[in-house]
Design a protein around this ligand. Structure first.
Ligand code: NAG
Ligand code: NAG
Ligand code: NAG
Ligand code: NAG
Ligand code: NAG
Ligand code: NAG
Length: 748
């Protein structure tokens, strides 16, 4: 463990509690390498190969390391992306740089915030540190043999799934300069977002003088020159007589000269690894970890809290100044993987904890619309894609808008970007997985949505898209209302109710009647077992969840939903059934909100608390500590909300109240304001029921609070907890803004 020598006594090194390997196995796919600051462009780490296993973040716990590369995603599924600008240390001279140079580990990799170490069986020890746009590799080679480093520009993470989402090396260039440094670029394509060619530039320097340096290019019989380029795999080989080699590399989407400038600015020649690691820990402590403080001194609590705060702050990447697509004064963020995953609970927490970055992120989404035509639902290598359901940037913008985020955001433009999603059919990108309409951006099934108010089986994922389009339209309603666009506000409110058009009141399952089902153009419903969905994938009627889950997915219209399912008792039983029938999957985002909808029924808030505790059990501090893919922080933010004891309804100011974990949690908000959540009488596992609550000193009888109540100006929530449920939430139910006023009571 590298301690922090320069830290003054009063500063707490929260980074010591981060388990970098949390969520790196069991499908979590979290990236354990070096991310020097929240949302940093450089994500430097080991690329591991193990049979035909896809290494989504590059890392796998077992298998051989075949390179250390500078760009990765964190926690994604689909297919690996990036794994580019790689280098590999090799003991001895390298006769064939394109032979298998991979090495098993002599011991498990080690990592701390800002630091990564691999010990290879070849005897080479690799230590990594980084900044936002550059990385430092510190190699310690065994004595007695030459030390070589191979830079292979064709290196890119493979995929073995056979779904057509594998990345390809397209072309590259590599130049050696007389002073020993090298520059070049690699161009790659495809991946999960079916991206065309994109290029990353690099600039590398070694702190030691090499005894030999040469380029290579595949298939070339002539001795390569100091400069090689083309579509064949190519790169460089550097050999040293010393054992300790420091390699520094800058990267840029713009040019080799920008990569060189970033390198010299961020990691000048004599910078030590230690300095970079210390800086990184300090940045994470100051910008992220110190914003949330808990009373617990239990290491497990602290590890769970700070590891998840870390894991939710790796994506998106702040690429301001690194946008190859257009020139703009606006900030630029990419590596959005995906808003489909993150809009429910990640972006609302991102907003609260990182308001400055969040404002830049929103501006960037709008700027992408301005120049690319559509906001992304997902975006990597500066290319929109894929869209799994609706246009969920709409929900993200609405959530920011209703919570008062203004700053330098041009909301008139933001609203126009949302209207583009709601009214303009995106060009079909002819995706083999879903050839009916665009999976790149926007709402592909819009023609049906506009014509019928529902989506026919002409379109894949028809039912789940319809449910999401309703929420998207509700988002437009929210912003239109705020901008005093009364007619639009009314129009989109009506459209936000269209999920109801898929509701077949005769469809039955496990004692329940009424589910969202596929619907033909002639208006008839298609008979469908709500427990089944034929794989729930790209070509099916429901995506990644079945009718049981999607039928509970209209929180903006919750009172109507309660009515449709047959009243309060049936509604409660529906939520129960999600668990009893094992439909609920803590790893899957479409189901994230349903466990807390008990708050919409008088006297049932304690059931949401029970579900909160139950869901929390699928997390731990270990490598398998996430229930599924991190999904760019969606999973991490979920457990953080459970700890806080609130659940956001994205696009509304409403937070459903759960039950906090700690005697005290203080969250720093902007401008020195804080939200202080305290509890007495509680025990996380046995005494978690709310007995009473005060909000800002006032007795509280509602199972919800608003953003304005506690976050806008800061606030306090004082809970008294106990081991038995108590009917404390006797006040007004949470709002159902899309439900017509006459139906609002939800009474049966
Ligand atoms: C390795 O390369 C160096 C530099 O080109 C050369 O001096 C040395 O003889 C080579 N060693 C072997 C074992 O080939
Ligand atoms: C090489 O690095 C190792 C490990 O960091 C260190 O112990 C050793 O002193 C270094 N040797 C030289 C010559 O710098
Ligand atoms: C959060 O508040 C605590 C206590 O006031 C303070 O020590 C810490 O530096 C603050 N962190 C940030 C990022 O403002
Ligand atoms: C994003 O990156 C730009 C350029 O490096 C920087 O100026 C800006 O402060 C960054 N944003 C945040 C929130 O750190
Ligand atoms: C539901 O079933 C009843 C009885 O068969 C039928 O009269 C009614 O039209 C059905 N409703 C719908 C919406 O299909
Ligand atoms: C609608 O189409 C289906 C399938 O072709 C057919 O079975 C059904 O009778 C039609 N219903 C109406 C109301 O026309």
């Amino acid at each position: 463990m590298l301690a922090l020598p320069n830290m003054v006594a009063s500063e707490t090194d929260y980074s010591q509690y981060v388990n970098l390997f949390q969520g790196t196995t069991g499908g979590g796919n979290r990236f354990p390498g070096v991310v020097a600051a929240p949302f940093a462009m450089v994500k430097l780490g080991a690329d591991v190969q193990s049979g035909k296993t896809d290494a989504y973040s590059g890392y796998l716990p077992s298998g051989s390391i075949w390179g250390f590369s500078m760009m990765h995603e964190s926690g994604t599924g689909g297919a690996p992306k990036y794994g580019v600008v790689s280098q590999m240390p090799v003991v001895g001279n390298v006769s064939d740089p394109q032979s298998d140079l991979s090495q098993d580990r002599a011991s498990p990799d080690e990592a701390e915030v800002g630091y990564y170490k691999s010990s290879l069986v070849s005897g080479v020890v690799v230590e990594l540190a980084a900044t936002e746009h550059a990385g430092l590799y510190q190699y310690t080679f065994p004595k007695g043999d030459a030390a070589s480093v191979v830079v292979d520009v064709s290196h890119v993470l493979p995929s073995f799934r056979g779904l057509g989402w594998e990345q390809h090396y397209s072309k590259g260039s590599f130049s050696l300069f007389p002073d020993g440094h090298y520059e070049g670029s690699g161009t790659y394509n495809n991946g999960w977002n079916l991206s065309p060619d994109w290029t990353i530039y690099f600039c590398g320097r070694f702190n030691q003088k090499s005894s030999s340096a040469r380029t290579f290019i595949s298939g070339s019989n002539v001795t390569p020159k100091s400069q090689v380029s083309g579509t064949a795999p190519l790169g460089g080989v550097f050999t040293f007589s010393e054992t300790n080699i420091t390699s520094r590399v800058g990267i840029s989407y713009i040019s080799t000269s920008q990569a060189c400038q970033s390198l010299e600015r961020e990691i000048p020649e004599r910078t030590t690894l230690r300095t970079l690691v210390d800086n990184s820990k300090r940045i994470w402590n100051n910008q992220v970890f110190s914003k949330v403080q808990i009373s617990s001194t239990d290491t497990t609590d602290l590890t769970l809290l700070y590891s998840n705060l870390y894991g939710m702050s790796l994506l998106p990447s702040n690429l301001t100044g690194e946008n190859p697509g257009w020139t703009s004064a606006e900030p630029y963020y990419s590596d959005i993987f995906t808003l489909w995953d993150t809009h429910r609970c990640h972006t609302p927490l991102f907003h609260i904890l990182q308001p400055a970055a969040y404002e830049e992120f929103i501006r960037s989404l709008i700027d992408i619309w301005k120049h690319d035509g559509f906001m992304p639902d997902a975006r990597s290598s500066n290319f929109n894609g894929r869209v799994q359901g609706g246009s969920n940037a709409d929900n993200v913008l609405a959530d920011a808008y209703v919570k008062g985020l203004r700053g330098n955001i041009n909301w008139e433009q933001g609203y126009r970007a949302m209207v583009t999603d709601a009214e303009n059919v995106p060009p079909n990108n002819h995706d083999p997985k879903a050839p009916d309409s665009s999976t790149k951006e926007g709402r592909g099934a819009l023609p049906d949505w506009l014509k019928y108010g529902y989506i026919t089986p002409t379109f894949t994922r028809a039912v789940s898209r319809a449910v999401e389009y309703s929420a998207n339209d509700f988002a437009l309603h929210q912003v239109a209302k705020g901008l005093a666009k009364t007619a639009d506000a009314e129009k989109y409110l009506k459209r936000s109710r269209n999920w109801r058009n898929h509701w077949d009141p005769n469809c039955t399952s496990n004692g329940h009647r009424g589910f969202v089902v596929p619907r033909r153009a002639n208006g008839s419903f298609i008979v469908q077992d709500p427990m089944k969905c034929d794989g729930c994938y790209w070509g099916d009627a429901y995506y990644e969840d079945n009718a049981w889950v999607y039928s509970m997915n209209a929180p903006h219209d919750a009172a109507e939903l309660v009515k449709l399912v047959g009243g309060k008792d049936k509604f409660v039983d529906r939520i129960d059934k999600l668990f009893d029938l094992k439909v609920f999957n803590a790893a899957n985002e479409p189901g994230f909100t349903a466990p807390f909808l008990y708050n919409f029924v008088p006297g049932q808030q304690h059931r949401s608390v029970e579900r909160s505790r139950q869901i929390s059990k699928s997390y731990n501090t270990g490598t398998g500590g996430l229930p599924g893919n991190s999904d760019a922080g969606a999973m991490e933010s979920n457990i953080l909300w459970q700890m806080i004891g609130l659940w956001p309804l994205a696009g509304q100011t409403t937070f459903l109240i759960l039950s906090p974990w700690f005697a005290s949690m203080i969250i720093n908000l902007s401008n020195g304001k804080t939200l202080k959540i305290t509890s007495t009488g509680g025990n996380r596992d046995t005494a978690f029921y709310i007995q009473s609550l005060k909000v800002n000193g006032q007795q509280w009888d509602k199972a919800w609070v608003t953003y304005q109540d506690i976050f806008e100006k800061g606030g306090t929530m004082e809970f008294v907890l106990g081991s038995q449920p108590k009917d404390w939430a006797t006040g007004e139910l949470p709002p159902s803004p899309a439900t017509e006023v006459s139906r609002k009571s939800g009474d049966q």
